[in-house]
Write a protein that binds this ligand. Sequence first.
Ligand SMILES: [Ca+2]
Ligand SMILES: [Ca+2]
Length: 284
Amino acid sequence: MSERRAPGATAQGACGGGARRPAGCLWQGLSRRAWPAAGVLLAVCGAGHAQAIHAQAIQAQTIQAHTIQALTITGATYDAPTTRYAHAVLGDAVEWGALVLTLSDGLQLRLTLPEARVFEDLAPRLADLDGDGAPEVIVIETDRTLGASLAIYDTTGKIAATPYIGRTNRWLAPVGAGDLDGDGLVELAYIDRPHLAKTLRIWRYVDRALVPVADLTGLTNHKIGWDFIVGGLRDCGTGAEMITADADWRSVMATRLTPSGPVTRPVAAYTDPSSFDDVMACAQ
Ligand SMILES: [Ca+2]
Ligand SMILES: [Ca+2]
């Protein structure tokens, strides 16, 4: 079964690494109670930065913009637990109202969502999406009437997002972020509605935007009420694979992004969440 994270943990960037090591396992094993360890935040405002944040409908409390934007994000947690969205897909009705970024000089930047939205998620994920050596932050951001979207943040606020699914109580479960097709650009993959549509969706991060790449139905990675997501990305020496279950929870599936689109195959039988362990460790 996927490892559960300790309180205060933050999902780190793609594991990368060489052969036989799961790559991009950044999203494997995120658990529900990744409670922020720190709640101390800054409150000095640079006007330009504040305006940029407000344009994203986010309230920001930060220091001068030129200082913030030159800093690297070293950690991220959610804060401001809230019950204003009673979906409970992750096992309880508590979601998050704020994202707290820790910066390379130790300062913290707090981004608070409007009441209409929550972070319906386990923990923020750090991954370098544009190859500049500094991570961006990947979150599940849900509008209470429009459902979930996958969103990207940096020190300027929200910089890209998929469309909301379109109606309330509709969620998505990330698979991972990495160069899935070897073109040098990072793709992000998630399961759209893992209990309903069970559709793998792949997007590419290009010029601070998300571009749709490919979809494949018949895959899932979460059951209602689980406070974890199974699978993730692995690279066992032959390229990145997206690891999920099939729609009926009979098999663990490995899916590659090929020039002709996603190609999936069963790699192990599914009996319970521990069925993913050997697959993610490249032992199956
Ligand atoms: Ca980056
Ligand atoms: Ca790519």
